[in-house]
Design a protein around this ligand. Structure first.
Ligand code: PLP
Length: 369
């Protein structure tokens, strides 16, 4: 077997530390008190990161992030609910697709590939349509890397007395997500993004009163977050087999997170990575898709250069050979590619990446500057 040996500059799974990987060398008993304690510590810490201990509960769910998004919508949206989806990329579209599957009514404000939702337009639609009970937004729309203005949207949603759901998959852990400031009903994220754990579970921070009211709503047994929560509260255990190694790795990732200074520490490093990346790529002749003010410190989309020798597949392979895996673009209109700023990478790795991009351009006989 070929062991991969490269940095993952992607939206996740991302590069993790050796110590996080080593935390998976133990086989935990899923019913055992020792493992229950690990789960409880993780849940408590996640609530604390969001300043939500007094209002919300943390419900982890086996599977990838999408499982947690679908489970949260399926659990919280009852037949009387109608969702407004603020869509500006693939993950907003996925929320709408989940509603199609769940047969829950929804409307969208779609601002295309790379524009943020306008809070005034949201306020206006909520005024016009009293049947909308809930609004969902993606915090960092990872398909373009845009950082959506969740604070301004929270303000209008809360002022209109509607419930607010945030898909903060790629943002939570680095960007501020204070439950008291944003007043969300639920915030969803996963183990393998800004917390720098390995894949295997997602989680939702859900307002306890709303979760209690949602008993019986869920469309699916395994995705019933009320039941998952109630069982966990009663027994300390996960319903059904938990991803034990992933949870143990996550507990180690959280220790490293604390050592880095929690969200402010992580945000500082990711911002540094982003600034170094964007400046270096500009120097090499690449242009980011987004205006400066919308660039997230999570992932950056660059426009594919207009050079006949540029071919993404070759570019990707050349960079991979040099130790870096990047991501294809996810825009509907424009050719692009993405480079992540998250994961266990810092200034020296970004510098090496930029050198690798430079060498790749030479190898591909592309001259941009
Ligand atoms: C904002 C956002 N939502 C949802 C998802 C889906 O997560 P997963 O691929 O783990 O199912 C992702 C994945 O990158 C994401 O970035």
């Amino acid at each position: 077997m070929n062991q991969p040996n490269y940095y993952l500059l992607t939206p996740g799974p991302i590069t993790t530390s050796r110590t996080v990987k080593e935390a998976m060398l133990t086989d935990w008993g899923s019913w055992d008190q020792d493992f229950n304690q690990v789960t409880q510590t993780v849940r408590d810490k996640l609530l604390a990161v969001a300043n939500s201990q007094d209002t919300h509960v943390c419900v982890p769910l086996q599977g990838s992030g999408t499982f947690a998004v679908e489970a949260t919508l399926g659990t919280l949206l009852g037949p009387q609910d109608k969702l407004l989806v603020l869509m500006n990329g693939a993950y907003g579209q996925r929320i709408a697709k989940i509603c199609d599957y769940l047969k829950r009514p929804y409307v969208c404000i779609d601002t295309g590939d790379y524009l943020p939702p306008d809070p005034n337009a949201v306020a206006e639609l909520l005024r016009q349509d009293a049947s909308i009970t809930t609004v969902a937004v993606v915090h960092c729309e990872t398909s373009s890397g845009i950082l959506n203005p969740v604070e301004a949207i929270a303000e209008v949603v809360n002022a209109a007395g509607r419930k607010f759901i945030i898909d903060s998959m790629s943002a939570f852990g680095a960007l501020p997500a204070d439950a008291r400031r944003l007043g969300y009903a639920a915030l969803i994220s996963s183990a393998n993004k800004c917390f720098e754990g390995v894949p295997g579970f997602g989680f939702a921070l859900i307002r306890q009163d709303l979760l209690e009211q949602a008993k019986g709503n869920a469309h699916s047994l395994s995705m019933d977050l009320y039941d998952q929560w109630a069982y966990m509260e009663k027994t300390g255990q996960w319903r059904y087999t938990p991803p034990t190694h992933t949870v143990a790795a996550f507990a180690q990732a959280l220790r490293e997170y604390e050592m880095e200074g929690d969200a402010p520490g992580r945000l500082a490093r990711y911002t540094r990575n982003r600034d170094q990346l964007v400046a270096g790529m500009r120097q090499l002749g690449f242009q980011p898709l987004l205006e400066e003010r919308w660039l997230s410190p999570i992932i950056v989309t660059f426009l594919s250069p207009d050079d006949p020798n540029f071919d993404f597949k070759r570019f990707y392979q050349e960079l991979k050979q040099r130790g870096f895996v990047i991501y294809p673009g996810k825009l509907t209109q424009t050719e692009s590619f993405r480079i992540g700023c998250i994961g266990k990478i810092d200034t020296p790795e970004v510098a090496r990446l930029l050198q690798a991009v430079k060498d790749t351009l030479i190898a591909m006989e592309i001259s941009l500057s």
